[in-house]
Every structure is written in C-alpha cells, then in structure tokens.
Design a protein around this ligand. Sequence first.
Ligand SMILES: [Zn+2]
Length: 342
Amino acid sequence: MALLEAREAGLYCTLGDFHIDPALPVERALITHAHSDHARPGSRAYLTAGPGEALLRTRIGDDAAIQSEPYGKPLRIREVSVSFHPAGHILGSSQIRIEHGGEIWVVSGDYKLAPDPTCVPFEPVRCHTFVTESTFGLPIFRWSDAAQTMAEIHQWWGANRQAGRASVLFAYPVGKAQRILSALDAAAGPLVFHEPVERVNAIYRAQGIPLPLPTAQTNAPGGNADFSEALILAAPAAQGSRWLRRFGDASTAFASGWMRIRGPRRRRSLDRGFVLSDHADWPALLQAIDHSGAETVWVTHGYIAPLVRWLRERGKQAVPVEVVLPADSEAPGPLEPEARPE
Ligand SMILES: [Zn+2]
C-alpha cells in the first residue's frame, strides 16, 4: 500500500494529509531539516524534530506555526502514525517514519552515517519502502575520515600562518561550518566568523553543542586588526564580497563533498579544496538502504538514475522520484549542484 505519492509540491501522504519538505506552500508540512531546499516558508503549519525547531524558525520566520516532537515519539496524524528519527546530517535532522496498518515507510531526508559531534547519529529504521536521497549517488564519491580532512585543514592554516597570510575557509553556514568548528584547534590562531556562520553557531551553542567563540579583537569592526594568522570561516556567498577584502592577501579554500571532483574548485578559483560532506557517500547510501530492510526504494534528490539502475540490477524495486526544486534565494542563477546546501 502506497503511503506517499509524488505531487507538484513534493511528497504527499494522503492518509495523513500532509507533505514532507514541500517545495510550495501547503496546509501541513513535515520538515526533515532546516536546509533551504527542504524547509521553505509559507505553509500554514509545520512539524519537525525538537532539536531542529530553533534552526527551522530562523529559516521560515518567527511567525510560523511550528510544532516539534522529540526523536522516536509516535504521533497520530489522521490515519497514520508518524515519528522522527535522527538522520545524522545536521542539528535536528530527521528521517520521517510513517506507519499505517503494519505498513512502514521512511523518508530519509538528507543523511550521513559518518560521526559528527554536532548532531545525533543516524538511526537505521526498518521499513517496507525507504525514500533515500542520492546527492552523492555515484561510485566516485567516497569520503575519507573527517579527522584526516581536519588534519589537512590544520596543515593548510599552519602553512599560511608561517607565510603571514590569512586563511579564508568557505563552508556552508548551516551544519558544515559547525562541524568544522567542533573539530578545530581554536588555540592555533585568531578566529573570525562571517555573520551568517556565527548566527547559526549561536543556535548550536544554545542547544548545548560546544563551539569556539570568535576572537574578540579580530571580529570588531574597524581597527587595525592583524589577520595574518587568522582563520576566517565564511559562507560561500561571501566570495568576492567587500567584507572579505579586509583580510588582505589571503589563501582561500572550500570544504565540501563537491571538492571530490575538480570542476567546482576550478570554477571558484580557490587555492585549496577539502573534501568534507554531510551527506552519505556511495558506500554509505548502499549501507543505509541495506539496513532499512526495504523491498522498495524511492530515489530522490541527486544522482537518481545511476542509483536506481544499480539497485534494479541487484533485484531491488527502485523508483525514481523527481522533486522539482524551485530556484533558491541563496543560490542565484541556475542551481548548480555545488550551490545546493550540503
Ligand atoms: Zn541538507
């Protein structure tokens, strides 16, 4: 029995009369996490996991009607039972489990299996149909240990300090920046945070996730601060901005899963690319699908066709689900893959 269908606004549950991560305003929206391509303003009512409520509020506005539920607690919505389960992607990110008469469907949202000190780890949930993302659904996407990537970042920062130039690291400001900060050696030099990054840092700190504070004298406006030993953590949107010019001759780098392929790094004319993703890589996608025990897999968000083909060749029922993503205010112009939040 189908508990979900793909509608214009996104995935819709008829028996519960709600959408999941709708792309258009709807009556009732269940939200997997607060990234802009999953959480959009304008719906009448929202439901999300407790740890994600504050982030969602900054995304869709103070006036929005948001209800939240703790992880794992079942909630009756019309004819279905719904619960949120950790997805390990960013703070408060969830898989959404829907049950009706013994039939169970799980919508993964975005997820990763790798450890991340800033959010609750991914929880495998058994189901009949698993709706998986496929942002990095190609065999070329395999992540090394995050600790190794952090060591490379520290090495790059150290070499720049020696050379007397600032280190500007671009990272997506919701989730990725905080994951980097949580593993950063804050004693190595002054820290400067771009305002959109620090705004989200504050929400994480308020939920008990320890993150280093910016170094006071370097974050102050004006003055003659010396940035030659500083690490500047900035949103990708800061590239080419006036704000960045104050740091003088800086080395620039980007931390993203997209740095695994060379094109994005060249187009952005960066000195370095660090491979760090908050999404499952190819082996982790397959592992999550396997552990769900699902007979049927719906594939959405990303490299849909290659993953569907791979699953079908191995006897799984795999269904491509195209969810149309309207243009994002944070990503002007055509929605390039690397412009998508991750
Ligand atoms: Zn996301």
